[in-house]
Design a protein around this ligand. Sequence first.
Ligand SMILES: Cc1cc2nc3c(=O)[nH]c(=O)nc-3n(C[C@H](O)[C@H](O)[C@H](O)COP(=O)(O)O)c2cc1C
Length: 195
Amino acid sequence: MKTLLAVAASPRRNGNSETLLKEFARSAEDSGWTVDMLQVNDLKFRACQACDACAKDGKCILNDDMQDVYPRIINADALVIASPVTFGSMNAQLKMFIDRFQCWWNAKYNLEKPFVLEEENRQGFFICVGALKRKRYCENAEEIIKVYFHNINHKLAGSLFFRGYDEKGAILKDPDALAETYQAGKDFIAKIEVQ
Ligand SMILES: Cc1cc2nc3c(=O)[nH]c(=O)nc-3n(C[C@H](O)[C@H](O)[C@H](O)COP(=O)(O)O)c2cc1C
């Protein structure tokens, strides 16, 4: 059975981005996949300290919850990340999470032993939700996701931006947004299954 790793970045449980993430993940479950939900805000971890110890073997020496995250990415078949916009980009929790993949950068570029091989053609998807209508904020977040996915050898199959949703539950009042996300999940999984 294939596994979709679903990364929720918001500290607001069952908020707008997590609701959409679950909708995306539900379509994977409906296609017979297992979903591994990862709540970034529940992880206890430090920011990358730029110690460069990972240049030696591609492993991070910080002994915290991120150590359980790396194998979850390796063992998954695809990845979807959902983030709220905060101050014009992805939230800090997610950025701090991404920076802890500096060890994967070293593994790929310095050691030429990436943890996920490019030939695997792993796919990823990004969902972004903001209160304001300004598209730039989600684009800023997506730019970071592109750098991240490139680093961990995932292809960005697609992104969905939802703007104009602020209070918790706002997205539930928009069945079209939920349906669009469910369909995007279906298409994402279908594309992987014909690979
Ligand atoms: C600290 C903080 C900063 C925010 N900054 C922005 C922002 O710069 N632009 C924006 O459109 N929305 C901003 N928002 C609003 C959230 O993006 C919005 O409420 C979103 O629906 C939250 O998603 P969630 O329910 O998944 O947490 C901010 C929210 C917080 C808590």
